[in-house]
Design a protein around this ligand. Structure first.
Ligand code: GDP
Length: 446
C-alpha cells in the first residue's frame, strides 16, 4: 500500500515544504504527526508564497484530506489564524479536508508564558526555543497534566483540568518567575471559544487514518523540523520536543509502524541551523554570510537569521540511517553557485579519535573538529535548468560524490523555491507505488 514519509535529514528548514507540496499532488491524504507551530513550511505556488505552520501542505491542493495527528502540540489560536489566512486567499477549508485529532494536546497561554520565562531564567544556558509553548505543552503531556483538544469541547472537564493546571502554573509564574498569574475564568472563556470554532474538524484521526491506510489510500506523512533535532536521537538538549522523523509517525499519527512504506529524507546541499546548540560544519565568517544571503536563510516563522555552513556528511548519513531512508532529495543546490570551492565535512576529530559515523558516545559536538573534502565550485546560476545533464560539470560531480558517500540515492534535486524548480533523477519515483532502487547494504567509510 502506498505511503511515504518525508522528513528533514538535517537541523530543520531543509525545504521540506516545497517537496511535500509537490508530492501532495499525488497523495490523497497528508498528515502532520509531531511538532507545533514552530515549524514553518514555505511553499511558493506560481510566485505566491504560503507559509504553513500547522496545516498540512495538502491544503493547497483541492480534494486532499489533511490530518493533524495526536502527536502534534496544537495551538488553537495559531491553527485558526492559519485557517483564516488561507481562506482569505481563496483556499477552501472544511471538515472534509481538514481533520484534527481529538487527542492532540493543546498549547495554552500559560505554556507560552512558561516557555519564554524559562528561557530568560536559563540565561546563557538557554535552549533557543521559539517561545511558542511547545516544550512545556509536551512536558505536561508526559506529566499527565495536559489538556487535549477533546477537553476543550467538554465544559465540565475543561474547567476541572484547567483549574488544576493553572494552580500549579500560576505558582511557577508568580513565585519563580515573578510574573502575573493567569485568570482561570478568562482562560476558560478564551479556550472554550477556540475549541468551539475548531469543533467541526475534530475527530478520531488515528482511526480515520488507519481506515484510509487499510483502504489503500496514498498517504504522505510530513515531518517537521529535522532528524538532528529529534528529542531522543538528536543533539540533546539542543533539540525539539518531539520525534521528528519516520520514528515519530506511528505514535504521532496513530497508525501501525508498517503503514510507513517509503521514507525520503530532505537535506540542503549545505547546512543551516537555527537557535543554540552545536553545529560542527558552521562557517562563522564571510562564507557563512554568503550562504545566508544567497540562500535567504532567515526563519519562516521567526525571521531569525539561520546559522550557515557546509554540508555535514557525518550528520546526514546518521539521519538517513536512523530513519531508514530509501532515498533523499538535495535542496538549494542553486545556492552554491558562485563559490570558488565547495566543501563537505566528512569526519569529526577530537584528540586522537576520528569519527565518520555519528555516535551517541561521541564527546560533545562542540569539541569536535571537522575534516573537510574540497570540490571545485561553479559560477553559473542553475535555477533555470531542468535536466541533470545540463548542470555544470562541477555541480554534477559534487552531487554524485555526495550521493555515493551518503550511500542513499538522491531521487531529486531542488534548484529554486518554486514548485517546478526541480530536477528529477531518472528511475527514481517518489511514492511507494513507484519503487525506488534498493539501498546498498553496508556502510562503507568515506
Ligand atoms: P522547511 O521547514 O523544511 O519547509 O523549510 P523552510 O520552508 O523553512 O525553508 C526553506 C526555504 O527555502 C523557503 O524559503 C523555500 O521557499 C526555499 N527553498 C526551498 N527549496 C529551495 C531550493 O531548492 N532553492 C532555494 N534557493 N530555495 C529553496
Amino acid at each position: 500500500m502506498p505511503s511515504v514519509c518525508v522528513f528533514g535529514a538535517q537541523w530543520g528548514d531543509e525545504g521540506k515544504g516545497k517537496i511535500i507540496d509537490r508530492m501532495a499532488r499525488d497523495a490523497e491524504v497528508v498528515v502532520r504527526y509531531q511538532g507545533g507551530a514552530n515549524a514553518g513550511h514555505t511553499v511558493v505556488v506560481g510566485g505566491e508564497k504560503y507559509v504553513l505552520h500547522l496545516v498540512p501542505s495538502g491544503i493547497l491542493h483541492p480534494g486532499k484530506i489533511n490530518a493533524i495527528g495526536a502527536g502534534v502540540a496544537l495551538d488553537p489560536l495559531a491553527l485558526l489564524g492559519e485557517i483564516e489566512g488561507l481562506e482569505q486567499r481563496g483556499v477552501v477549508i472544511g471538515a472534509s479536508n481538514l481533520r484534527v485529532a481529538a487527542n492532540a494536546h493543546v498549547i495554552f497561554e500559560h505554556h507560552k508564558r512558561i516557555d519564554q520565562a524559562g528561557e530568560r531564567w536559563r540565561g546563557v544556558g538557554r535552549i533557543g526555543t521559539t517561545g511558542r509553548g511547545i516544550g512545556p505543552c509536551y512536558a505536561d503531556k508526559a506529566s499527565r497534566t495536559g489538556l487535549r483538544v477533546a477537553d476543550l469541547l467538554d465544559p465540565v472537564r475543561c474547567r476541572e483540568r484547567l483549574r488544576a493546571a493553572l494552580a500549579e502554573k500560576n505558582a511557577l509564574l508568580t513565585q519563580v518567575h515573578g510574573e502575573q498569574a493567569l485568570d482561570l475564568e478568562q482562560s476558560l472563556e478564551r479556550y472554550s471559544t477556540l475549541g468551539k470554532r475548531l469543533q467541526s474538524y475534530v475527530g478520531d484521526v488515528g482511526a480515520e487514518l488507519r481506515g484510509l491506510w487499510r483502504a489503500g489510500r496514498k498517504i504522505l506523512f510530513e515531518g517537521a523540523q529535522g532528524a538532528m533535532l529529534d528529542l531522543d536521537h538528536g543533539t540533546y538538549p539542543f533539540v525539539t520536543s518531539s520525534n521528528t522523523g519516520a520514528n515519530g509517525i506511528s505514535s504521532g499519527a496513530g497508525v501501525p509502524p508498517r503503514a510507513i512504506e517509503r521514507v525520503l529524507g530532505i537535506a540542503k546541499a549545505y547546512c543551516t541551523r537555527v537557535g543554540e546548540g552545536p553545529f560542527p560544519s558552521e562557517e562563522l565568517g564571510p562564507i557563512g554570510e554568503k550562504i545566508r544571503s544567497q540562500g535567504n536563510e532567515y526563519g519562516a516563522t521567526t525571521g531569525r537569521p539561520r546559522r550557515c555552513g557546509w554540508l555535514d556528511l557525518v550528520a546526514l548519513r546518521y539521519a538517513l540511517d536512523l530513519n531508514g531512508a530509501d532515498g533523499w532529495i538535495m535542496t538549494n543546490l542553486d545556492v552554491l553557485s558562485g563559490f570558488d570551492t565547495v566543501k563537505v565535512g566528512v569526519a569529526y576529530r577530537a584528540g586522537n579519535s576520528r569519527w565518520t559515523e555519528f555516535s551517541s558516545e561521541m564527546p560533545s559536538l562542540e569539541q569536535v573538529q571537522v575534516e573537510w573534502q574540497e570540490f571545485p565550485g561553479w559560477r553559473e546560476p542553475i535555477d533555470h535548468l531542468r535536466r541533470f545533464e545540463d548542470l555544470p560539470q562541477a555541480a554534477r560531480d559534487y552531487v554524485e560524490w555526495v550521493e555515493r558517500a551518503s550511500e542513499v540515492p538522491i531521487v531529486m534535486l531542488s534548484i529554486g523555491p518554486d514548485r517546478d524548480q526541480v530536477i528529477p533523477r531518472a528511475g527514481h519515483g517518489l511514492f511507494a507505488s513507484q519503487p525506488g532502487p534498493v539501498v546498498a547494504p553496508g556502510r562503507a567509510l568515506v
